[in-house]
Design a protein around this ligand. Sequence first.
Ligand SMILES: Nc1ncnc2c1ncn2[C@@H]1O[C@H](COP(=O)(O)OP(=O)(O)OP(=O)(O)O)[C@@H](O)[C@H]1O
Ligand SMILES: [Mg+2]
Length: 590
Amino acid sequence: MLKLNSFFLLCKDPTLKRLGRELKPYSPKLLLSMACMVVVGLFNALQAWMVQPLLDEIFYRKDAQLLYLLPLALLAVFFIKGLFYFSYSFTLEKVGQSIIRDLRNKVYAHLYTLSLSYFQNTPTGELISRIMNDVAMLQSAVSHSLIRLLRDLCSVVGLLAVIFYMDWRLALVTLVFLPMASGPIVIFGRKFRRLSIGYQNLMAEASNHLHETIAGVRIVKAFSTEEYEKQRFAAKLQAIMDNLMENARYRCLAHPMVEFMGGIGMALIIWFGGMQVMNGHSTPGTFMSFLTALIMLYEPVKGVTNINSTIQQGMAAADRLFALLDVQPDIREKSGARDLPPFQRCLEFDRVSFHYPGNPDVLHSLNLTVQHGEMLALVGPSGSGKTTLSNLVPRFYDVTAGAIRIDSQDIRDISLRSLRQQIAVVTQQTILFNDTVRANIMYGRNNASESEVREAARAAFALDFIEELPQGFETVIGEAGVRLSGGQQQRISIARAILKNAPILILDEATSALDTESEREVQKALDNLMQNRTTIVIAHRLSTIVHAHRIVVLKQGRLIEEGSHEELIALGGEYSTLYHLQFADEAHQA
Ligand SMILES: Nc1ncnc2c1ncn2[C@@H]1O[C@H](COP(=O)(O)OP(=O)(O)OP(=O)(O)O)[C@@H](O)[C@H]1O
Ligand SMILES: [Mg+2]
């Protein structure tokens, strides 16, 4: 009854229902294992039932024949039960693990459908924690507890049958007490769930703290904030421990409470059952068999509080996972979006306005056309919207008014893949993966040939230093390329862009992190990259863009000047002021 109670409570849970849908593909296997489980449950009951002939026939009536038969029957029962136990538990384990694997894959795949804005608003550590911790928690709930719950349910049904068969009056007395014992379980269950949500949040925060401070260890050391970070982390760990201890308090309390309830029931049964035997209404065998079944029933009942807390934790994790899966991407491909044919004519910004969600406009009705083969430079003060503008082209964000067209096609009408294939982006922040130099250059083009990779490295002025590395192209560069200098990392990412061979190129302050020496090297690599391409260059250092075909000046989200370097200097406006300031600066430094 107790089992049934919490089982039915669970069945109404929407999270569980959804988990059930994830289970659908595995239903044949599940049915099979459930059938095996029923057999195990029946055999459990059979074991309890066999106590009656043991006592009444062998000990009491001294039936010699049964003395040989019963032990053999017992062996058979254990053996068969063992076989079915293996079948169902192994199958269920496999199903449990498969759901978890599928769920991890699903969440990871879903992450990539989400827009950049989602990642900017969600700490990385938190996402990692969802995929690793939450899914692991769900795993222990599914593969251990939920399964045990099902198995116990079968045993309970069988054992209840034995109890009723042996002595229905006594059974009724027992059943009055079982629901009472389930009281604390229901109450504690809610507490466990609430605590568990708190726990997951705390874990996510701690993971995020770790992620940020390990990735940013140089800043921590440089600012000597080790003590500060240690304290912050210690506080987070303490909060986790407090949460776990509160959980433990209820868990530790639930166990003796349930046990005590069971004790009351047991005392009553011994008293009432003993009376039945003394009055001659029952036999000692029947009573013992009843008691055995009850004791066997008690075992899963005792365990259910722990199972319950694990399940509640798992459900909390599932809630968070499903919430993540329900996040809708802002940027979506239209159904039936066509592929963009190779870029030929022009890239056009038509009255483009943009604002970040919940913020005022950062771009105001901007008109700009970039011709095929043109090198366009975008300059302007910090915060004027240059990066924002460049992010609109690969649809990292969508315009909030107006349209961006490539060869007269609105970029919202074409497939994301074909759009992004035609655009290469090099930013100030280089992203290299913890893999070989070759794999980093080939990223996104695994079918590139050996000579293409070398050629790309050569054009990026990276071939010389790559060949001097201990294993050349096969050298593994650490996370974020720690074994390479900033300029070397930058040139590898340029080689990657060269290999991608996209017709539209966006350079967002690709050299601003470098000193003048390596900037010169990287600039040469960039000049190679820009050949025969349509390029939008964003640069602070104006000396790198003086030879651009056209320069546009952006200020507070508006285009205020446009022309060649000479024209803009002659105009004597914003650009000329910026240029002379920098020129004076550089002359001063030199
Ligand atoms: N994710 C974001 N959410 C909200 N506002 C943002 C976001 N990113 C940028 N902004 C705001 O948009 C404006 C334009 O930023 P943007 O990064 O495009 O400037 P920028 O011209 O590239 O500056 P810089 O030269 O410093 O790189 C700024 O006012 C900035 O605060
Ligand atoms: Mg910027």
